[in-house]
Design a protein around this ligand. Structure first.
Ligand code: HEC
Ligand code: HEC
Length: 221
């Protein structure tokens, strides 16, 4: 029953056999956020804000059986990644990833913090983030192009929006707030990411090294 429930409720994000997707690979005997059975049941029923929804629809018995199944996934050995994490760490700086991402308090905070990214995402998802960042842009990083009343063109990420006003953060970190009625143009670039694709900017070995580094980042965040 746990397996069946996992395949219908969890596989979308964790993969059909728990190998991960947008959510982390569960082929680990130790889970950061679910160190014991009670916390695992809690994670399953209440979720992890904001990205993992709670499985409110499951009865306590069902939650228990999914949890038991997740524990069996933990005995599947993790596939080793091909890259070298220390080379990846150096690339993170030389390729200027740290101009947009913070790791353990270092870097700049334009993009999402990556301190615990290795326990949030699978390696396959990390690869996709580098090759095709536009494939999964979270709503809080919606890219905007707008033209102000004085004719200046501004590109940035939407921070806030209501019926009358919109707040935007430019790539250089500056914040602006505009009355929508005063703007000459406002475009929401859905399907585009503020992050460039690195499909051509990284050699295959460099890509592997960066992914190995990111996957190793399992700190709290
Ligand atoms: C919509 C996507 C999504 C669904 C559906 C989902 N999860 Fe998750 N899950 C995630 C994400 C993303 C994380 C990482 C969250 C974080 O760390 O901030 C996560 C984290 C976890 C963790 C903690 C892993 C660790 O290393 O600490 C467990 C356990 C887990 N999920 C189990 C499940 C189970 C079991 C189900 C089905 C009942 C499920 N998830 C459904 C996205 C999802
Ligand atoms: C111009 C700023 C910028 C640069 C440079 C940049 N990123 Fe990003 N990155 C972002 C933004 C914004 C997002 C969130 C939107 C998205 O996922 O497309 C993101 C998303 C990500 C994600 C997905 C995070 C998640 O929660 O799923 C990863 C991983 C990542 N970046 C790694 C890197 C690496 C590694 C580099 C360097 C090779 C890099 N980024 C360079 C801005 C940037």
């Amino acid at each position: 029953m746990g397996k069946r429930l996992f395949e219908s409720q969890c596989a979308l994000c964790h993969g059909q056999t728990g190998g991960g997707g947008r959510g982390p690979n569960l082929h680990r005997p130790q889970l950061n956020k679910a160190p014991d059975d009670a916390s695992l049941r809690k994670v399953i029923s209440q979720g992890i804000q904001p990205e993992m929804p709670g499985a409110w629809q499951l009865s306590p018995r069902e939650v228990k059986s999914v949890a038991a199944y997740v524990r069996t996934l933990g005995s599947i050995p993790l596939e080793p990644l091909p890259g070298n994490p220390s080379r990846g760490e150096r690339l993170f700086k030389t390729k200027a990833c740290d101009t947009c991402h913070m790791i353990s308090g270092q870097g700049s905070g334009f993009g999402p913090e990556l301190t615990g990214i290795g326990s949030k995402r699978s390696a396959a998802f990390l690869r996709e983030s580098l090759v095709a960042p536009e494939a999964a842009v979270p709503d809080e990083f919606l890219l905007l192009d707008l033209v102000t009343a004085s004719g200046a063109t501004i590109r940035g990420v939407r921070m806030n929006e209501d019926s009358f006003s919109i707040q935007i953060k430019e790539l250089n970190g500056e914040f602006h707030s505009y009355r929508k009625a005063a703007l000459k143009d406002l475009r929401k670039l859905r399907g585009k990411s503020p992050m460039p694709s690195y499909a051509d900017a990284l050699k295959p070995e460099e890509m592997d090294d960066l992914i190995a580094y990111l996957a190793s980042l399992r700190g709290n965040s």
